[in-house]
Design a protein around this ligand. Structure first.
Ligand SMILES: Nc1ncnc2c1ncn2[C@@H]1O[C@H](COP(=O)(O)OP(=O)(O)OP(=O)(O)O)[C@@H](O)[C@H]1O
Ligand SMILES: [Mg+2]
Length: 427
C-alpha cells in the first residue's frame, strides 16, 4: 500500500515532510513484529499511528488492545497486564486473565508507557526479551505472541536519568522510534487538517461548509496548537456548529483559541466581558459546554462499542474479566470503532438544534430549550451525592460486603473501591 492509499484508508491528513517520514516508517515496520515506540505530545496522533501499524500488519485479524498505563492504579497494573492467580493479593477473589494473554496473536498498545511503575517494567522487559511472563502469584511461565507498540508524551531518556524508567527497557523499546512532531513544527499540515475536519463536521451536523478568510488562515498558522490535532479538530467542529456565515475571520476564531483573545491575553472564556454581546457570549458558552459534553459522550460511546466487540470476540466472556473493569481501566479492543450516533448524542444534538433554531426572532436568551435538569438545579441532588447515597445504602444492605454491594450496583469491585476512596478523600 503506498503512502496516499494509507492516508486515505486511515484518514491521515497532511503532507509535511515529517508526516511523510512517519508514514514510511509505519509501512516499513508494519510487516514485522518489531517493537515500536511512538513519541509525541498529546493529541499529535500517536494512537492513530499505532492503530495503522496494527491494521497494516499480518496481525490485523488479531486483537488490538489499548492499555493506558497512566490510568491503571499502580498496585493493580501488574495483575491487569499479566494476570493474577486467585488469592494473589487481597481482593483477588478470582483468577484474572491479563491483557498480554488477551493480545495473543495481536497487538498490545501500551499508551503512556512512561507512567508504568518500575516493578511492572521488570515484567515487561522479560516479555520483550523472551515473550515470557507469569501471572501475579504464580511462577508458572507462560508465553505470549503479542506485538508491542508503546507510546509516550514524555522524554523517556530524561525519565531514565531521573531513575523512573529502566534503562534496559528503554533501549529495548526504542529499537524503532516513530516521532510525531507537534503541529507547530509542521505548519503545512494545519490548513489541510482544518479543512478536512470542517468538511467532516459540516456533513455530520448537516451544516454548510466554512471557509477561512486570509486573516483566519494566518491566525491558525501562527497559533501554537498546544493540544495539537485533537484541539484543531475541536476548533474546526466548533466553527461549523457555532458560527454563522460561510466565511470565518480571525476575529470569529479568536474565542476558540486558548489565550488568543483580543483583550487581556489569557482569558479562555470571554464571558466576563460586559456590554453589547453578553447574551451571544453566554449562548456561545452553553454551546461549547454542550459540545464538550458531546465529545465526552462520543468517547464513552466509542469505548463502549469497542467493549461490545470485545465481548462478542469472546474475550471478556471469560469470567475473570468483568466488563466494568475493562471500561474503567481504559482497556479496549479496537477493531473498527463505530462512529454512529447513540441516543444521548442525538439528544444533545436535538438540544443544540433547538437552541440554534428555537429562539429565532427573540431578543431574550431563552432557556426553555434546555433540558430541565440543566435549568432546575434544585430539583435534583448532584450526581456525586446520589452516588454516595446509593453506595452507602448498598453497603448497608449487604452488611459491608463489598463484593455483593458492587454486584448489586452493577459496578466492579474495583470501581466500588475507587469510589469509596474518593468519598473518603472528600470527607
Ligand atoms: N494526521 C492526522 N489526520 C487526521 N486526523 C488526525 C491526524 N492526527 C491525529 N488525528 C486525530 O486527532 C485526534 C488525536 O489523535 P490521537 O488520539 O491519535 O493522539 P495521541 O497522540 O494519542 O494523543 P494523547 O497523547 O492525548 O493520547 C484523533 O481524533 C485522531 O484521529
Ligand atoms: Mg493517545
Amino acid at each position: 500500500m503506498d503512502r496516499a492509499a494509507l492516508q486515505e484508508r486511515f484518514g491521515i491528513v497532511g503532507s509535511s515532510q515529517a508526516l511523510m517520514q512517519v508514514l514510511d516508517r509505519v509501512r516499513q515496520v508494519a510487516r514485522t513484529d518489531i517493537t515500536v515506540l511512538v513519541e509525541g505530545e498529546s493529541g499529535v496522533g500517536k494512537e492513530l499511528i499505532a492503530h495503522a501499524v496494527h491494521e497494516l500488519s499480518p496481525r490485523k485479524h488479531g486483537p488490538f488492545i489499548i492499555v493506558n498505563c497512566g490510568a491503571i492504579p499502580e498496585g493493580l497494573i501488574e495483575s491487569e497486564l499479566f494476570g493474577a492467580e486467585k488469592g494473589a493479593y487481597t481482593g483477588a477473589t478470582e483468577r484474572r486473565t491479563g491483557y498480554f494473554e488477551g493480545a495473543d496473536k495481536g497487538t498490545i498498545f501500551l499508551d503512556e508507557i512512561g507512567e508504568m511503575p518500575l516493578a511492572a517494567q521488570v515484567r515487561l522487559l522479560r516479555v520483550l526479551e523472551s515473550g515470557q511472563f507469569s501471572r501475579v502469584g504464580s511462577n508458572q511461565t507462560r508465553t505470549t505472541d503479542a506485538r508491542i507498540i508503546a507510546a509516550t508524551n514524555k522524554d523517556l531518556g530524561r525519565e531514565v536519568q531521573a531513575g523512573r524508567f529502566r534503562e534496559d527497557l528503554y533501549y529495548r523499546l526504542s529499537t524503532v522510534r516513530i516521532s510525531l512532531p507537534p503541529l507547530r513544527e509542521r505548519k503545512e499540515d494545519i490548513l489541510p487538517l482544518f479543512e478536512s475536519f470542517v468538511f467532516q463536521s459540516a456533513q455530520k451536523y448537516n451544516s454548510s461548509r466554512r471557509t477561512l478568510d486570509a486573516s483566519a488562515r494566518d491566525l491558525v498558522r501562527r497559533y501554537a496548537w498546544p493540544g495539537n490535532v485533537r484541539e484543531l479538530r475541536n476548533v474546526a467542529e466548533q466553527t461549523v456548529v457555532l458560527l454563522r456565515g460561510e466565511s470565518v475571520s480571525a476575529a470569529d476564531l479568536q474565542p476558540f483559541l486558548r489565550g488568543v483573545t483580543a483583550g487581556t491575553g489569557t482569558e479562555l472564556m470571554p464571558i466576563a466581558r460586559t456590554g453589547e454581546a453578553d447574551e451571544t457570549r453566554e449562548r456561545e458558552l452553553i454551546y461549547r459546554a454542550l459540545l464538550e459534553l458531546r465529545h465526552e459522550m462520543r468517547d464513552v460511546k466509542e469505548e463502549m462499542s469497542k467493549l461490545v466487540e470485545l465481548i462478542r470476540g469472546g474475550f471478556a466472556a471469560r469470567p475473570s474479566i468483568e466488563p466494568n473493569t475493562l471500561a474503567g481501566s481504559n482497556f479496549v479492543v479496537v477493531r473498527k470503532p463505530e462512529e454512529d450516533e447513540e441516543d444521548y448524542a442525538s439528544y444533545i444534538e436535538d438540544v443544540i438544534y433547538e437552541i440554534e433554531n428555537g429562539d429565532e426572532g427573540e431578543d431574550e436568551a431563552d432557556d426553555s430549550a434546555l433540558p430541565d435538569f440543566m435549568t432546575n438545579t434544585q430539583a435534583l441532588p448532584t450526581l456525586e451525592d446520589a452516588e454516595h447515597e446509593l453506595i452507602t445504602r448498598a453497603l448497608k444492605q449487604f452488611e459491608g460486603n463489598r463484593r455483593q454491594a458492587a454486584k448489586a450496583l452493577g459496578i466492579s469491585e474495583r470501581t466500588l473501591y475507587r469510589k469509596l476512596k474518593e468519598i473518603d478523600e472528600e470527607l
